[in-house]
Design a protein around this ligand. Structure first.
Ligand code: CA
Ligand code: CA
Length: 580
């Protein structure tokens, strides 16, 4: 009904009066999102990415009474991994789904308002399922990225395309699936900040800022040393110094994809973003630290200049992408940030200068490093790096090593949460290993550029997934919730003393934030690999998550993939409340 009305432009005025008023999302709404409980207008429930809501109407006492309020199907034949995080504003929910689709939904009834389908071309090259991790709201627009490497800005009221921009050539392996980040800028107005996916295809990682209103490029910052940045349509500065940490020519196809997007810290006015593996995986082909691959970068939104960098895995040989989100928090008066890396270490940094404060393993049995030194640099054990294939008898396969964690990581894309009330981080981790070996490889545009082979294997009988509560002040793991299948969904913590997360087995769960005790769970009918949110609507606290199994594990999980092969795919939005 509403859809029909919206397509009739002559009735637009009467529709605007009849509908709940949809106010523009301002840059102040974005910066203040963490504290305003009636809406969720950023990925991460606040640009700092804490994924904490102060709401306490649903709490440890009553969470057991939570029941579904409404559901909505993402329909069609396109039921695959749903890694989105919903946004909610003025009674409307905005989500993205598999195959680069987007919806606006009435947040009180679950009724669809509009759907947008990007209609992807043949030949897209997503590495890790046809997922999307969510959109951004700014002004009167909902903006998201597509698997054919485009950005699409839709009219939030109608779903009609306002502008479209190409990020790069999907035939070369570029794609985009992260939620874009909206960042305030004094000089340029609200900026849309995005990265690129394609680290397994030898693309060049970069961070880009566009005017949110028009999509016009403001700056671009490559994340591989030796490449030139752009500002206002002109070359700006080179990233690092050519050949300083990356001798030879392989930096020209050096990877370091910024595929997970970033967070924004308004206190230090920094975009905090991570970078993926250097390409190819075979580290013997590219001696040196290979900056800024496998790193966290702080970038000035006004200029696109790098303020500081912290490299977690120099000369990475294990595909330990350092893209994991950087979450700003207060550490006893220090402006700190924490991040849980694919390499299995949890890092606490000073977000003013990138200085290392502490790092601790958050998964067990790590093999690839003996530990971290005083500056947070890994202490390598050369015996645990996969061997150089040119030194093997036939020159085709280097010596194989068994490595923990597997390349899918101690933690992969799924976002952590920080509760300023418990002062704990909640990290969805996975404990698994892999056989890994190197092979010769040459770069060819649009072809996988790994130079490695692998098989992922479990390392414990009773679990792979493990949600861990970590005290950033001590590095201690306070509690662990083990899960049979690998965890692949995001985490939410609340002022009600709760931690919400989903499992591939289909459960949305609520745990006691202090103890990890399970207080409530509900099976959504397909695996959860998305991120839950909560907000207040008509005096009630609502909880939502999108369910739909998929992502990288079924595609790349080796022996682990077999153990989750029975899980059914799906695509449903589930919204819960406590009945009055
Ligand atoms: Ca809010
Ligand atoms: Ca990678």
């Amino acid at each position: 009904m509403r859809k029909l009305i919206l397509t009739a432009s002559a009735l637009a005025l009467s529709v605007a009066i009849a509908q709940p008023s949809l106010a523009d999302v301002t840059i102040d709404d974005i910066v203040n999102d963490a504290t305003t409980t009636s809406d969720v207008v950023t990925n991460g429930l606040g640009t700092q990415g804490q994924r904490f809501s102060p709401l306490d109407k649903v709490n440890t006492e009553n969470v057991g009474k939570l029941v579904p309020a409404w559901t909505m199907s993402l329909g069609g034949e396109k039921m695959r991994g749903q890694e989105t995080q919903p946004l909610v504003k003025d009674g409307v929910m905005y989500i993205t789904g598999s195959y680069s689709r987007a919806w606006a939904i009435d947040a009180t009834t679950g009724e669809e308002i509009w759907q947008y389908d990007a209609r992807l071309p043949e030949g897209i090259l997503p590495c890790c399922d046809v997922i999307n991790r969510g959109g951004a709201l700014i002004g009167d627009k909902f903006i998201f990225g597509t698997l054919d490497a485009k950005l699409v800005a839709l009219d939030a009221k109608t779903g009609k395309v306002v502008w479209k921009q190409k990020i790069d050539d999907y035939k070369k392996g570029y794609s985009f699936s992260a939620a874009p980040l909206i960042v305030p800028s004094e000089k340029h107005g609200p900026l849309l900040v995005t990265g690129v996916s394609g680290g397994e295809f030898g693309i060049i990682g970069r961070v880009e800022a566009r005017k949110a209103d028009t999509g016009e490029m403001v700056w671009s910052r490559p994340t591989v040393e030796g490449h030139m940045g752009m500002l206002n349509g002109k070359p700006s500065t080179m990233t690092g110094k050519k050949n300083e940490s990356w001798p030879g020519d392989l930096w020209k196809t050096g990877g370091a994809a910024t595929w997970l997007g970033g967070t924004y810290d308004h206190e230090t006015k920094s975009i905090l973003i991570g970078t993926g593996n250097p390409a190819p995986w075979n580290s013997h082909m590219r001696p040196g630290d290979n900056k800024w691959s496998c790193s966290r970068l702080a970038i000035d939104p006004e200029t696109g200049e790098i303020k500081w960098g912290f490299q977690t895995t120099p000369n990475d040989g294990w595909d330990y992408d350092g893209v994991n989100e950087v979450v700003s928090f207060d550490l006893n008066g220090t402006k700190a940030a924490a991040t849980a890396d694919r390499n299995g270490f949890f890092y606490v940094l000073n977000r003013e200068n990138g200085k290392f404060i502490r790092g601790v393993p958050f998964v067990e049995k790590i093999t690839w490093a003996k530990g971290l030194d005083d500056n947070g640099r890994p202490i390598y054990d050369p015996a645990n790096r996969p061997g150089d294939p040119t030194k093997s008898k036939d020159g085709k396969k280097g010596s194989s090593v068994f490595t923990v964690p597997s390349f899918l990581g101690g933690k992969n894309w799924m976002p952590i949460s920080y509760s300023p009330e418990t002062k704990l981080f909640y990290v969805p981790s996975n404990e698994w290993g892999m056989d890994l070996w190197n092979e010769p490889v040459t770069y060819k545009a649009g072809a996988a550029y790994l130079g490695a082979g692998f098989t992922i294997k479990p390392i414990f009988d009773d679990h792979i997934g493990a949600l861990k509560a970590i005290d950033p002040a001590t590095g201690k793991i306070v509690w662990t919730m083990k899960n049979n299948a690998p965890l692949w969904g995001g985490v939410l913590s609340t002022g009600g003393g709760l931690v919400f997360t989903g499992t591939p087995e289909g459960y949305l769960m609520a745990l006691d934030a202090k103890t990890g005790k399970e207080l409530w769970k509900f099976n959504t009918g397909s695996g959860i690999v998305g991120s839950p949110i909560t907000w207040e609507q008509d005096g009630e606290q609502m909880v939502s998550v999108v369910s739909g199994w998929g992502g990288a594990v079924p595609l790349w999980g080796g022996e682990v993939a077999k153990t989750v092969a029975h899980l059914n795919q799906g695509g449903m939005v589930w919204t819960f409340r406590i009945p009055k």
